[in-house]
Design a protein around this ligand. Sequence first.
Ligand code: FMN
Length: 671
Amino acid sequence: TYPNLFRPLTLGAITLPNRIIMGSMHIGLEETPGGFDRLAAFYRERVVGGTGLIVTGGVSPNDEGRLTPGAAMLTSDDDIADHRVITDAVHDAGGRIVLQILHAGRYGAHPDIVAPSPLPAPISPITPRELGEADIERTIDDFAHTAALACAAGYDGVEIMGSEGYLINEFAAPHTNHRADAWGGDAQRRARFPVEIVRRVRAALGEERMLIYRLSMLDLVPDGSTLDEVVDLALRVEAAGASMINTGIGWHEARIPTIASSVPRAAFSWVTHRLMGAVSIPLIATNRINTPESAEAVLAEGCADMVSLARPFLADPAFIAKAAAGTPERINTCIGCNQACLDHTFAGKVASCLVNPRAGHETELIISPTTAPRRIAVVGSGPAGLSCATTAASRGHDVTLFEADTRIGGQLNVALQVPGKSEFRETLRYFGVRIAETGVTVRLGERVDAASLAAQGFDEIVLATGVLPRRPVIDGLDHPSVVGYLDVLRDRVPVGRRVAILGAGGIGFDVAEFLTSDTEEDPADVAGFLSHWGVDAEYRRPGGLTVAVEAPAKRSVVMLQRSGGKLGAGLGKTTGWIHRTELARRGVRMVPGAEYRRIDDAGLHLGLEGEPVTIEVDTIVLCTGQDPARDLHVELIGLGIDAHLIGGADIAAELDAKRAIDQGTRLAARL
Ligand code: FMN
């Protein structure tokens, strides 16, 4: 079904079985006690699922190059045994794995960071030390040393991390390289550091092993490299001994989304295309390629020789096996949310996956067939109920899933109305397929009550009954201008031109985006995405930046919250800035510290720092939190029947699909 995807690729003595590599992800187990065994299980499961070639998460070649103070390094013979656990596991399962060597440069979060020039990154408070000539020579040798150790540890090669604004990229781009010596200045001298690393690493690896160079194809920062410079560096990297070039898109400090859900699938494969034909080694396209169809299209259109998928392998370890079997509908699709992967990484937690809580927890969250099948009722088919029901049924339990609505999904159906969140459709599709596969009995349109549950004699009852929007206490709350977020997102009630949103959690932001955007927006519109964010689709300018095209907002919106401080402070680290930027561009006003006083025909009356203020609005949308929906629980307790509470029915603080799926899966694993 995917002729290009499953065409083998020969690199010297190595033949890769398909055109997909599992992209580098540092998931935090690298620094966790016992983490190498867990990493081995994590990688092994992906090889069993058909993955031919894996790139490890970035590992530093020296102290200064670490991302965080305790971050993993491979710098001494003592480290080899740990890595052997990984390479043995992967090789035993028939896969291949290369070690990524990543020097963080000025992005390191510790005081000893270094860079080509002493310029702090806008996303870091620390000014890096400028590397002297001797430091540079030593650093290049450190890369080669780590590569030699990687060979000793059994890796099939290395990937050199030359993109995303880390040290090597900092040398390549004028944005960060202000040196006047032999390592800075014109493009050739800026290329010297990366090229010298490739040359010495190739010498350390020998001829046979793979050397992938992750090249920043599109910096997306001012004074980034030009396309000509990128092509020139690629040629030099090839000549110095690289066996493949992997693409990197955008520095971490770039203010353009490159991997969020709102980025169209394969939105950057056109960039890799610009290098096709210029070099003779294989090129790898990356970013938001999350389905076999989209991967196949990238290859069929000649944009690249291979594709890298990173997060999709968190979401589903058997991605390739399912594609190869012609059953893509069985794939648990990465929705690009970052909530359990990158956001965890930034919070110092082990990365996992919102749609697959087993990711990173393979040795601990074990889902095995039950020895005592029971009859289980699950009430509510939001993410908590769906994950619990399908997981329990997959173990051999007899599961009935009750849903009051006429379709499954609960709040997922609401979430996917929000611009940039349409990928949730895939999660619904996946659970729908899982229901059929695992044999869950679904009773749609049935608001089951306690007596009926009791009469059916279930062995276990799980309540995933979700949440009820909370209504704040404000004078005039029954004024016709007042609506709830479900009225807006789910029921599409008419909303006026001037809107106030009360509450600035995730739902408040979702509603603001919904109300200010063009709801006909096509999530697959790459050209529209690029012009909206100011990416030069012709790549005529350094770094690929151009002026963003502003679209007039559909409404005038003000967002309010009672507490002081920045609105949206609780949003995810890796995506919150996107939502704030987007809404700022649409002229949405953000007002913290608001005291809600009264609502009447004149609008919304507030107290701001004690002063009365009236905002004239046509519609007021309540996004003021929610409470667990537990009526059924209370009824059951009345009948002396115990039940498990999961998802929003357990904790309603935010609508949190990550927590819901994790909790539903974990409960089902032990029922
Ligand atoms: N890229 C690297 O080059 N080195 C890393 O160590 C690395 N760590 C990552 C950790 C996590 C948790 C995630 C989600 C991504 C990481 N990446 C890293 C970026 C991925 O390799 C990839 O470029 C990005 O996720 C976009 O591809 P995708 O849409 O297929 O996930």
